[in-house]
Design a protein around this ligand. Structure first.
Ligand code: ADP
Ligand code: MG
Length: 284
C-alpha cells in the first residue's frame, strides 16, 4: 500500500491541493455466527487490509468524492445540505450516510469535503469494506470538524447510518471491530453491553482467509426469516433475547418448539457458549 501514491491521486483529482490521510481496517469474524442480533457474543479481528482516505474540509457546502475502486464513476459531487440516499450517488451514500447520521445525533456537518478513497478489501466479500468506509468517514469528521466522539460512538453512528440511510439491517460487530480493533489481537464483543475484551493472538499465528468464490446472492429475505425465527424462540422463553436462554431450559422443552425454531435456538445458545470458550481458549 503506497499512501504517497494515494495522496498524489487526491492532488490530481482535487485541483492540485492536498489533504490529510486516514485509515480504517476491514474485519473477519473468527467465531460467533447469528449471535450478534440475539444479544450474544462475537469474536472478530481487524485486518491489515482496509480503507485509506485522503480528505480535506471545504469552506463551502460542496461534497466531492472520488474512489480509486470505482474510477469509472469519476468525481461524484453533491452537497452537505439535504442529505438523503440516492441511487445515482452510488458508493458515496456510505460517507454521506455517516455525515447525515452525525447530524441526527446532534453534530451537524455544515461544511463540505473533498474525499478520495482507496480500499484494498475486496468489496462485497464479507470483510466489511462498508463498515471500514463508515468508520473512516467518522475519523475524518471528528478530526477535521472538531466533534467530540469516542470510537464506540463512531461505531454506533456507522451502524445507524448503514441501517437508516443505506437500508442494510446490520448488527454492531462490523463497525465496532473496525473502530476498536487492536493489532495482533482478536476482540471478544458482548453485543448487548458493547463491552469488549482484546485477546492477544499467539505468536506465529496467521489468520488465513480463503475466497471460496461462492457468490453471495440476495440473502436478505433468508436473513430476515432467521431473525424472526430467533425472535419467536425468545418469545417462547419469555426472554428479551436468546442470549438469556440456558441450554438446560431449552433442552427441557425443545420438543414443544417448531423444529426449525428449535434448531435456530439451539444454534444460538451453543454458538454463544462456543464463542466465549474460544476466547478463553485463545487466551490460554
Ligand atoms: P462488504 O461490507 O462485505 O465489503 P457491502 O456490500 O456491505 O460489502 O459494502 C460494499 C460497498 O461499500 C461497495 O459496493 C461500495 O458502495 C462501498 N465501498 C466499500 N469500499 C469502498 C471504497 N474503497 N470506495 C468506495 N466505496 C466503497
Ligand atoms: Mg458491509
Amino acid at each position: 500500500m503506497d499512501i504517497e501514491y494515494v495522496r498524489s491521486r487526491f492532488i490530481k483529482h482535487f485541483d492540485g491541493t492536498t489533504g490529510s490521510v486516514y485509515a480504517s481496517p476491514g474485519r473477519i469474524n473468527l467465531i460467533g455466527e447469528h449471535t450478534d442480533y440475539n444479544g450474544g457474543h462475537v469474536f472478530p479481528c481487524a485486518l491489515t487490509i482496509g480503507t485509506y482516505g485522503v480528505a480535506r474540509r471545504r469552506e463551502d457546502k460542496k461534497l466531492r468524492f472520488y474512489s480509486m475502486n470505482f474510477e469509472q464513476l469519476g468525481v461524484i459531487e453533491s452537497s452537505v445540505e439535504g442529505l438523503k440516499p440516492e441511487k445515482e450517488a452510488d458508493w458515496t451514500n456510505y460517507p454521506k450516510g455517516v455525515m447525515w447520521a452525525f447530524g441526527e445525533k446532534g453534530m451537524e456537518v455544515t461544511n463540505g469535503m473533498d474525499l478520495l478513497l482507496f480500499g484494498n478489501i475486496p468489496n462485497g466479500s464479507g470483510l466489511s469494506s462498508s463498515a471500514s468506509v463508515e468508520i473512516l468517514t467518522g475519523y475524518i469528521l471528528r478530526d477535521q470538524y472538531g466533534f467530540e466522539v469516542s470510537n464506540q460512538d463512531l461505531a454506533l453512528i456507522g451502524q445507524f447510518s448503514e441501517n437508516k440511510f443505506n437500508g442494510v439491517n446490520c448488527g454492531i460487530m462490523d463497525q465496532l471491530i473496525s473502530a476498536l480493533g487492536k493489532k495482533d489481537h482478536a476482540l471478544l464483543i458482548d453485543c448487548r453491553t458493547l463491552g469488549t475484551k482484546a485477546v492477544s493472538m499467539p505468536e506465529g499465528v496467521a489468520v488465513v482467509i480463503i475466497n471460496s468464490n461462492f457468490k453471495r446472492t440476495l440473502v436478505g429475505s433468508e436473513y430476515n426469516t432467521r431473525r424472526e425465527q430467533c425472535e419467536t424462540g425468545a418469545r417462547f422463553f419469555q426472554q428479551p433475547a436468546l442470549r438469556d436462554v440456558s441450554l438446560e431450559a431449552f433442552n427441557a422443552v425443545a420438543h414443544e418448539l417448531d423444529p426449525i425454531v428449535a434448531k435456530r435456538v439451539r444454534h444460538v445458545i451453543t454458538e454463544n457458549a462456543r464463542t466465549v470458550e474460544a476466547a478463553q481458549a485463545l487466551e490460554k
